[in-house]
Write a protein that binds this ligand. Structure first.
Ligand SMILES: C[S@@+](CC[C@H](N)C(=O)[O-])C[C@H]1O[C@@H](n2cnc3c(N)ncnc32)[C@H](O)[C@@H]1O
Ligand code: SF4
Length: 458
């Protein structure tokens, strides 16, 4: 796969990643607490009915210089215990507001590094969730793990607790790259811990990689991705390094080593893409790959792929997301509610028996429509506007008017071979998949009227 240079030169503009619509930097200060609580109560009457729980564990043993996540570097076990106690109280608070007929379909532990917590802490929280809510027959229970803290016993305990999706941050296998970005080394040889996880046939394994870090080059990255394929994970994420030093000051420290430019980054991604697709992995959305029989690949084939802050999922398992922990973002049908990013404020609010919500956004009907279009583009690379008109009881012209889409821009995309747009059906091409964010942005009126800062598209 070769992406023409003039295209990525043209489209390498600051563009949202669209993990939500509107993106998180449009959220507002939450001043009216009652309306936040009401939004949670109202979610009981909206779809999807299922409950997805997101638990944010901010703690990490060491700060990776490239990191864009909400983290806290500490080894303070007392603080961790206090945080876990707050999470338990937050579950109690949530339970009082949710209809007890609703069931959990997903639990996702993200961070930071959830497996930096002793497994006893994980056990206490999981048991609390199981005691507080019913779950569907086969809920998806996932954890983002750092191999620096993972033992076989830890994996065994997670499996006993019902975890069936484990994700590993690998980033790169090249030691020079890893040392440059201050990445802690795996505790056990990666092959050994992966083989142990794979001995559980029902546990799905994902590996995360990044491209665009200092000292990454084509031959090194080729070796990294080939080694990844040899480990046979069910899914891989190959993230474009998001350089946002105005938000994450430590990232500035990478600039002295020289960061690969857009052209080099594209070449790294093309390399990964070619190796992975030759090994029969299916490209999913912006940066994911899945084995052909993985449910994400099947959902994509059936145009039923979905996405939330935690990543891609299928419409079958997705629920409204209720986030626990510092900086967590609840994604309800009509509202986004974000907890404070300060751990002190978080624990204090919970001690006072209130949700530590600091930011919010209530999504109106027009924004829901735009969100649906953007999600269809980002996930299924396909939008049937006639169908959408029937589903939403609006005329096609009204839908186009709400998005403020400029048909000349769509024509440009079409002439550049990024999509086809015939009879009100928009379908992205293989090349168009690399420009998902740009194509989605064409349907986002905020990109015309109310632009904010974003990382570059590539
Ligand atoms: C919460 S971490 C995963 C768990 C664990 N903390 C670790 O690093 O292994 C989530 C993933 O986000 C990705 N990531 C972090 N910062 C990023 C950035 N600035 N740009 C792109 N991807 C990033 C990394 O691939 C990382 O594996
Ligand atoms: S990449 Fe993972 S381990 Fe590294 S600082 Fe970020 S969250 Fe922590």
């Amino acid at each position: 796969m070769k992406i023409p240079k003039y295209l990525y030169q043209k489209y390498n503009q600051p563009t949202p990643r669209y993990t939500s619509y509107p993106p998180a930097n449009y959220f507002k200060e939450a001043t009216d607490y009652e309306s936040m609580v009401k939004a949670i109560v109202n979610s009981n009457f909206e779809n999807p009915e299922n409950i997805s729980i997101y638990i944010h564990i901010p703690f990490c043993g060491q700060l990776c210089t490239y990191c864009g996540c909400n983290t806290l570097i500490t080894s303070n076990k007392t603080l961790m215990d206090k945080y876990v106690a707050s999470l338990l109280k937050e579950i109690d608070l949530l339970k009082t507001l949710l209809n007890n007929k609703r069931k959990i379909s997903q639990i996702h532990w993200g961070g930071g590094t959830p497996n930096y917590l002793p497994v006893e802490n994980i056990k206490v929280i999981m048991n609390k969730l199981y005691d507080s809510f019913e779950a569907i027959a086969n809920p998806e229970i996932a954890m983002e793990c750092h191999p620096a803290h993972l033992t076989k016993n830890y994996v065994d305990e997670l499996v006993k607790l019902g975890f069936n999706r484990l994700s590993f941050g690998i980033q790169d296998f090249d030691n020079k790259v890893l040392e440059t970005v201050n990445r802690q080394k795996p505790l056990l040889p990666v092959d050994e811990i992966i083989a142990h996880i794979q001995s559980y046939s029902h546990v799905s394994l994902n590996l995360d990689f990044i491209y665009g870090l200092p000292f990454q080059n084509l031959s090194g990255y080729e070796q990294t991705i080939e080694r990844a394929v040899s480990l046979s994970p069910d899914r891989l994420a190959v993230f474009s390094y998001a350089h946002v030093p105005w938000l994450k000051k430590q990232q500035k420290g990478l600039e002295k080593f020289g960061l690969p430019g857009a052209e080099e980054k594209i070449a790294l991604f093309e390399k990964a893409y070619d190796i992975l697709t030759a090994a029969t992995y299916k490209p999913i959305g912006l940066d994911h790959f899945a084995k052909p029989h993985d449910e994400l690949s099947i959902a994509l084939k059936n145009k039923r792929l979905h996405r939330n802050f935690q990543g891609y999922c299928t419409l079958e398992t997705t629920g409204q997301v209720y986030a626990l922990g510092v900086s967590g973002i609840s994604q309800l049908a009509s509202a986004y509610l974000q907890n404070t990013k300060s751990i002190t404020k978080y624990m204090k609010a919970i001690d006072n028996g209130v949700f530590p919500i600091e930011k919010f956004y209530f999504v109106n009907d027009d924004e829901k429509l735009i969100r649906e279009i953007i999600e269809q583009i980002m996930c299924n690379m396909y939008v049937d506007f006639k169908n959408l008109a029937i589903q939403t009881n609006r005329s096609i012209d009204e839908i186009y008017a709400v998005t403020q889409v400029d048909f000349n821009v769509l024509k440009d995309f079409e002439q550049e071979g990024l999509l086809t747009f015939v009879n009100d059906i928009l379908e992205l091409t293989r090349t168009g998949q690399f420009f998902l964010r740009n194509i989605a942005a064409a349907f986002d009126p905020n990109m015309k009227n109310n632009r904010k800062s974003f990382s570059k598209a590539i």
